[in-house]
Design a protein around this ligand. Sequence first.
Ligand code: DGY
Length: 319
Amino acid sequence: MKKIYITRKLPEEIIEPLRKKFDVQMWHSETIGMTNEEIITNAKDAYALWTMLSDNIDRTLIEGLPNLKVISNFAVGYNNIDIEAAKDRSIVVTNTPGVLTETTADLAFALLLATARRITEVEQEIRSGNWDSWSPMQYTGMDIFGATLGIVGMGRIGEAVARRAKGFDMNVLYHNRSRKLDAEETYGFTYAELDELLKQSDFVILLTPLTPETKGLIGERELNMMKETAAIINVARGGIVDEQALYEALASKKIWAAGLDVFEQEPVPVDHPLLTLPNVTVSPHIGSASIRTRQAMMQMNAKDIEAVLENREPQNRIL
Ligand code: DGY
């Protein structure tokens, strides 16, 4: 039986159908990840490697698994996999697009609302016993309705966020490698160059994949272009933003607030400077984290692994 190795403990009911055909082995923990040395040791003779977005699937690891035919990533993003190294070995790489689009758009919008209305900050005020009177301008935030939303990266998730924004009467600008003429016509979204989008938006949502081109896309120069009353929301990948520049822009009130679901280092260290700021709302990389969506993503990975190991074409092939 061909071996499949899974780098995190997944629910048995998802794995069960694969067990009938393959030798399925997985890491013992749901919450603690594996080191690359542990992956190489445990998955040595594996034909399929089922990876998490927190795994760093680099060339050394890929070259350390001689039988490997497929890497299936439990995420739509795949910046954690050395695609060139996989290509050199003709290894198929799959991901989980589509099923997480609406769930991730929900989270983006939740973070947008929470940031605009300071939800986590004011909750902390109540829990700490600091809410001692109702006061006219205390705890005031920014309006979402009628505001301009700038979406950087207009893929499936970007479009789903933009549709939600229309329900809030927002004016939607977007920046993308290619124009989305159908969406522009159907929903009235407007294309803008990145600098123009940053200047005009009240809220900027980052939804672009992390690639060599987008690494550090938002730095000091870009943050300086934003309005002093604007907020930035990142639900894509931490590396798209220069976190030091973001900290300085927020601490010096060059921009008003940030909502962050992703960080350069995850889990974000508890003493990270960004976590000291009251105008930063955070969540722990939970874009796709609804029960139904996570289950659908796992089903997708399982089907694609099965397909490759049975010499069929997988549905979600990146490579
Ligand atoms: C992904 O799947 O790439 C997202 O980051 C999930 O939140």
